[in-house]
Design a protein around this ligand. Sequence first.
Ligand SMILES: [Zn+2]
Length: 224
Amino acid sequence: MEDDLYIEQLEYGPMANFVYIIGSRSTREAVLVDPAWDIDGLLEHVRSRGFEPTAALVTHYHPDHVGGDLFGQHIEGLAELIGKKGMKIYVNREDADGVRQVTGVSESDLIRVDDEDKIQIGEVEIGFMHTPGHTPGSQCFRVRNRLVSGDTLFIQGCGRVDLPGSDPEQMFHSLRRLAELPDEVVLFPGHNYGGGPQQELGETKKMNPYLRIPTLEMWRQMMG
Ligand SMILES: [Zn+2]
C-alpha cells in the first residue's frame, strides 16, 4: 500500500517552517499540513505535482503554522488558503479557539478532532495524536511509518514550553509517548532547526536529550 502515499516536505519563511503535502497518488487528493507563508506558491506547487488540495491539517495554533499576525507582521495562512480554495481545517479541539482567534477563520471552517481520530484519502490513512505541551491542542500526524510532529518534537529538541498556554508537564508526557513509537518511524518536524530535514526515530531517541529524560522529577530539574 506504500505506493499510494505521496508526502513532500517544503520549507517556507524566515522561521524555517516545514509545510507538508500528504497525498493519495490514486485519487490525486492532498491535505496540507500547516499551510502558511506563501499560499499562492503552495497551491501552485501542489497542483504542479498533479494533486488537488482537499483539507488543511493544523499541528497547533501559532501564526507561523496557520497564519496571522506575529511581531507586527502578517503571515499568510489558513484564511488566505480557504479564501482561494474552500476546504475544512482539522484542528485538535483544544487549539480550535486559538486557530479562530489567530487566523479569523470561522467555526464552520473547522473540524475539531481528538486523539486517535483518523482521516482517509485514497488508501492513505492519517491518524491524529494529541500531544499537548507546546500548546494545549498540539497534535502530531501518523502516516504509516511517518510522524509529522509540528512543534512537539524537533530532531534536536522540542517545542518551547515557556509560552502562554504551554505546559511543561504535559510536554514531558507527550514526549514519553512519542519515545514509545517504533525506532523505524521517520520523524518529520515542524521546523528546520538542525540535524537534517527528517530522521528515523531510533536515532532521535539516541541523540535528542529531551527524549532521554525518563522521569518527571528529572524533567522538572532540567527545565528549571
Ligand atoms: Zn509553535
